[in-house]
Ligand binder design. Structure first.
Ligand code: ARG
Length: 450
């Protein structure tokens, strides 16, 4: 039975019903009951419902909550959505008193509340999951010791940096991702309960009392905005999507690193998959699917914004679609975080040494130290690179004499500068790719990550 049959002369057709019912909201069952418990208590406090009725409804809702938590809630095909299902079930338990639960409330403020309660909890869980992955990266950085790798710009070797520095770059992005979820709580943890269908009520509702019971620090200011807005959901979804994009960049590197051509890492067998046809294959499917699901996340974010962008105020049924976009991405993010944390923890690193030209900037900076303007120093080192290429010389074998033959401003001892390990050892700018910087970052990250 629907909640709204009074003015209708016939039941919805099967096609209309199947098309409009919501099933994606079933995961809101627990928060829906928690919201109803706060609502009914606030109604009692305001003297809108008799204490006896409140007690009856509360006892019934407690049972529904227990059913929700144990997974034994009896869903029925005739439930239009989670809210209808709870009211139907409450009626089965307490009888007529269940009819008073919806006093001063609409499914419009109810679903908005459910979503905000759900996202409040989910934001905390996601932030924790992100920090757990960041901690794995910090552990791996700490364990990377003196290993030096090239970093890339344009996917061409640029300079040598500690492997730890590279891993920590991803950790810093994750720290911001986690913080973003918590910042968003200022706008998510706001109660819309009491907005009713969208205009409020003639009953003496106390939205602040209901919000207080739910532990939500904010209360709506405008009832139309309360039931019609989904920007808090979109912000949450963006937090997920940005995190997925950051995980995708890490995943892309893992995929690249695991190639024979790069040869930086070996994946643990338990985090890799095989080919049904090619017996030798060991594929980085976790990383690839993180990359793939990041693409889906971007689509869902665009999808949610497309749902809201043309809607007249206040509530429109289109908004029911918000949950499909949100939950799909939130689930992918939770899965990606867990799988990537394990994968990164077990990766075996064995990167080849960076090429000698990764110290080319060092050679130019040596000249700068002698008063040569940087642009001239850059050209002088460029001339060395061109000479070596033309002569077919291995840059690792370049001597002081070779350098001086190309440009007389080079001095004895300069050839030794063309060494990636020496380049890292000489680096001193704060936050740069040096071991001192890595040590500082690890200390700072450990403090931030707890
Ligand atoms: N299932 C609906 C949703 O998810 C709940 C609100 C329905 N409100 C209404 N007036 N039909 O958005």
């Amino acid at each position: 039975m629907t909640l709204w049959g009074g003015r209708f002369g016939e039941e919805p057709t099967e096609a209309a019903w199947d098309f409009t019912v919501s099933r994606a909201d079933r995961r809101l069952l627990e928060v829906d009951v928690i919201g109803s418990l706060a609502h009914v208590a606030a109604l009692g406090e305001a003297g809108i419902l008799e204490p006896g009725v409140v007690a009856e409804i509360e006892a019934g809702l407690d049972q529904v909550l227990a059913e929700a938590r144990s997974g034994s809630f009896p869903w029925q095909d005739g439930d239009e959505d989670v809210h209808s299902a709870v009211e139907r079930r409450l009626g089965e338990i307490v009888g007529r008193a269940a009819g008073a639960l919806h006093t001063g409330r609409s499914r419009n403020d109810q679903v908005a509340l459910d979503l905000r309660l759900y996202l409040t909890g989910a934001a905390e869980r996601r932030a924790a999951g992100i920090r757990a992955l960041a901690r794995v990266l910090v552990d791996r950085a700490e364990g990377a010791g003196e290993v030096v790798v090239p970093f890339y710009t344009h996917l061409q070797q640029a300079q040598a940096v500690p492997l730890a520095h590279h891993l920590l770059a991803h950790a810093w992005a994750l720290v911001r991702d986690a913080a973003r979820f918590e910042d968003a709580l200022a706008r998510i943890a706001v109660s819309p309960l009491g907005a009713g269908a969208g205009g409020g009520s003639r009953l003496p509702l106390r939205p602040d009392a209901a919000a207080g019971r739910l532990g939500l620090p904010g209360v709506f200011d405008n009832s139309l905005d309360a039931v019609g807005s989904r920007d808090a959901a979109a912000e949450y979804l963006w937090c997920c999507t940005q995190t997925m994009a950051d995980l995708s960049r890490l995943a892309e590197e893992v995929t690249l690193w695991a190639t024979a051509e790069f040869g930086w890492v070996t994946l643990a067998d338990r985090h890799a998959t095989g080919s049904s046809a090619l017996p030798h294959k060991k594929n980085p499917d976790v990383a690839e699917l993180v990359r793939g699901k990041a693409g889906s996340a971007i689509g869902h974010l665009a999808g949610l914004l497309a749902v809201v962008k043309g809607l007249p105020l206040a509530y429109d049924r289109d908004l029911q679609q918000d949950k499909e976009h949100l939950f799909a991405v939130d689930d992918d993010l939770a899965g990606a975080l867990a799988a990537m944390a394990e994968t990164m923890a077990a990766l075996e690193f064995h990167p080849p040494a960076p090429g000698p030209w990764t110290a080319a900037l060092d050679l130019a900076e040596v000249l700068v130290g002698r008063g040569v303007p940087f642009r001239e120093a850059h050209r002088a080192v460029g001339a060395v690179v061109a000479w070596a290429a033309a002569e077919g010389r291995d840059p690792a074998g370049i001597t002081d004499g070779d350098l001086q033959a190309v440009d007389e401003r080079f001095a004895d001892g300069d050839a030794a500068v063309l060494d990636p390990a020496a380049s890292v050892a000489a680096r001193r700018s704060p936050g740069g790719g040096s071991f001192a910087s890595v040590e500082q970052q690890i200390e700072d990250l450990r403090r931030l990550l707890g």
